[in-house]
Structure formats: C-alpha cells, structure tokens
Ligand binder design. Structure first.
Ligand code: HGY
Ligand code: MN
Ligand code: MN
Length: 402
C-alpha cells in the first residue's frame, strides 16, 4: 500500500541481532568466529532461513550459499552478509541482514512495500573478495571461483559441497539494493554523529606473492650466503613504503595481512614465504599504478637475492558511486531521524553493494563503530545508534515506495 507507515519493532530487531551473534560466539566480548561455510555459519543460515520464512518470504539458497528471502513480485532488496572474518565483530554484515529482515517484516505488517532480504556468502573473502555476491553478479564465474583456496589449502569447491542449494535467484526481480552496515572506521564516532550516507565505495586489489630461496641451517649458514624468504619480504615491505610515497594519498591503504613461512621453524632459514598483498583506493588509475610498482619491486628483490618470485591471481573490484535516487531517500530519512547528526561519506571498506551495483541501483548507510574498531572482537555500536540506523533505513524504504 502506497504511503504505509513502516513501524519497526526495535526489541525484535535487537533480539534477533543478539541471537545471530550466538552462532560462533567467540567468548571474547561480543566477538564472533563464523567464517564462510563453517558449522557456525551454516547453523546461522538455517536460523536465518527460518526467520525469513516466518516473515512470509520464500527462501532460496544459490550454489554459493547466498541466502535469499523473496517477496512476491518486484521488490526492493535489502541485506548484507552473515559470514565473518576469522576474528570478527558481531555487527559486520550481520547488522545489515537483521535490519533488512526487520524492515521486511514491519513493511509486510503495515501492508507496505515488498521487501526481499539477502545474506550473501563469503563477503569476508575466505576464498576471494566478496565472493558470494561476486558470483551472483557475474563478476566471477563459479567454476573459476571453485579453484580458489583459503589460507589452509581448502578449495571453495570443497567448502561449499554441503550447501543446501535450492536454485538460482534472478536479479531482475529487484528494483534496487540498500545495505546498512557499520562504518568500521573512526569518522562518525569521532564526530559524535549517528548516520553516514555513503557516496562511493573504494576499489581493491588483492593477490598472493611468493618468494622462494633456499631452506637452510639457521646456525651454519652465513648471512651473506642466505636466500632467506622472510628477508625478501622484509626488504620488499620496507622498499614498497618508499616507492609508493609519491603515488598514494592519505586515503590510500595497503596491507600485508597474512604470511606463511616454510617450514616456519626457529632453526631453519625459511626457503619460502607466501604473503597476501592488498591495496585499496578510490581511483582505479592509482590502483593500477600501485600494481605496477608492486610487481616490479618484487621482481627486483628476487633478482637481487638470487630468488624466485611468483604472483597468484589478482582479485579486485573497481571503485563505485552510489545511486543518486536511493542515496537521496537515505539523506532525507537521516535528516528527519538524526537531524544535524549525519554526513555523506566514502566507504574505505568493501561491501557486497559494489558487486550488486553491476545489476541494479545501490546505496548504503552506516552507523558508528565505537573507537572506529572492526574486524576485531571489540567491534561494537551503541544500541541507540543501531536503532537510529534501522529507522533511517525504514524511512528511506517508505519514501521510495510512496
Ligand atoms: O575488507 C573489507 O573491507 C570487508 O569488511 N570485507
Ligand atoms: Mn562487512
Ligand atoms: Mn568485514
């Protein structure tokens, strides 16, 4: 019904948010350990499917394990992801899924607009980069993705073997996508503001780099004769910071977040190092220039040390702007719910909205992260801000359908 007033139930919303947190609860603060396809993730998705069904939505799971609750006919899609980082916060992704569920329920109760809900799989990239929505949006083929491995050598094909697939979900039924998410950075919290309306999402590049030298005895091998893979990584990292200086801006980020030394023993000079090299920026050209510097430097380091360097597949997403109409609805709703306490801002974190933007108009809204902390068990947001964000989302949905 046009103009229906969608009354969200904040207690039901918070209860479901805390229930979702119980799947993979880390026991440290409100943290969760719920990586894609883990037992905790699968159990959480069974629970979410039941909630979607109770909300009158028809439940579908695609081959990647993306979980959809579908309204009849054309609908606005809301959602995010419910998988977590290896050490994750209770709100990263989960907030967007439960907020979507609550708005879908409240809208149905009010005879309001048709709302579908999604929890994408492997947004946190156990196997790739926002893998579930990347496959759904056609950015990557499933056969290609099945060849990806996690840091423990498990393939995606293996991990998704037991997904309870019901079928594909056609994106054409959706009029647009709005994702509510925590900011995961310090801006809103520092400014004492409640809502961020996202202007654009940065782009990302991510690949594994391997240095191979000579495994040897840590006591008898003179330093000048070593071909030490960790020393190669160390000088690569030091020199990279120097070489990027004139290419990057204060908003550019680059990270070596994971490294595996072989054989990883105190008395053995490591002969092999495999590490993740990830960089992000709002400008695609700058991402490309950084890639060139990274590849050239790694080769120089290997050549100078008589070692071999190899590069894994380069994964990435381009920077993307949010849809003007959806964004305006969020801005208007933020003005009425949090007057003077909201801003337009870019997203330094990646989100499923980037992939979905290939298929339909998308927009995002943020709520603050206390201390700007995320991808850590300490991640948290004040309840009053969670509720404000939920109300902004509901208000935008109402306005879009009126
Ligand atoms: O890394 C990211 O930006 C997202 O949280 N996966
Ligand atoms: Mn996320
Ligand atoms: Mn995340």
């Amino acid at each position: 019904m046009k103009g229906a007033v969608v009354q969200v139930d904040q207690n039901r919303f918070l209860a479901d948010l805390h229930m979702l947190r119980s799947f993979g609860a880390s026991g440290v603060g409100k943290g969760v350990v719920r990586p894609a396809y883990s037992n905790a993730d699968s159990a959480a998705r069974v629970w979410l499917a039941e909630r979607f069904f109770e909300a009158g939505l028809s439940v579908e799971t695609d081959a990647m394990g993306n979980l959809f609750g579908l309204a009849d006919g054309p609908s606005l899609l809301l959602g995010s992801h419910s998988d977590s980082q290896p050490e994750g916060g209770w709100l990263d992704g989960a907030l967007g899924v439960i907020a979507a569920l609550e708005v879908a329920r409240a809208s149905r109760e009010a005879g309001g607009p048709a709302i579908s809900v999604v929890s994408f799989q492997d947004e946190e990239g156990r196997f790739g980069v926002t893998t579930g929505s990347a496959i759904w949006s056609g950015h990557m083929g499933l056969a290609e993705a099945d060849l990806l491995f996690d840091h423990h050598g498990v393939s995606l094909a293996e991990a998704r073997r037991n997904v309870p697939v019901t079928g594909d979900v056609d994106p054409a039924q959706f009029t647009g996508f709005i994702e509510m998410h925590i900011e995961q950075g310090p801006v809103l919290d520092t400014a004492g503001e409640q809502i961020g309306v996202v202007s654009d999402i940065v782009g990302i590049r991510d690949m594994k780099i391997t240095f191979e030298g000579q495994q040897n005895h840590a006591g008898t091998t003179p330093m000048h004769l070593r071909r030490d893979a960790f020393q190669a990584v160390s000088s690569f990292n030091f020199e990279l910071n120097e070489r990027l200086r004139n290419v990057v801006t204060p908003a550019t980020v680059w990270t070596i977040g994971h490294m595996r030394l072989h054989p990883n023993a105190s008395s053995i000079v490591p002969g092999k190092a495999v590490f993740s090299m990830q960089w992000r920026d709002g400008d695609a050209g700058r991402l490309g220039r950084m890639e060139g510097i990274i590849r050239v430097l790694a080769q120089e380091i290997a050549d100078a040390r008589g070692m071999v360097v190899s590069f894994g597949p380069l994964l990435g997403l381009e920077p993307v702007g949010m849809d003007a109409k959806l964004r305006k609805a969020l801005e208007n709703s933020a003005t009425s719910i949090a007057p003077g306490r909201w801003r337009v801002m870019p997203s330094g974190a990646l989100h499923d909205a980037t992939n979905v933007s290939r298929l339909m108009p998308v927009a995002m809204l943020f709520v603050p992260s206390i201390g700007g902390i995320s991808h850590a068990f300490e991640e948290d947001t004040d309840e009053v801000d969670l509720i404000a964000g939920l109300r902004v989302l509901a208000g935008a949905v109402e306005a879009l359908e009126s």
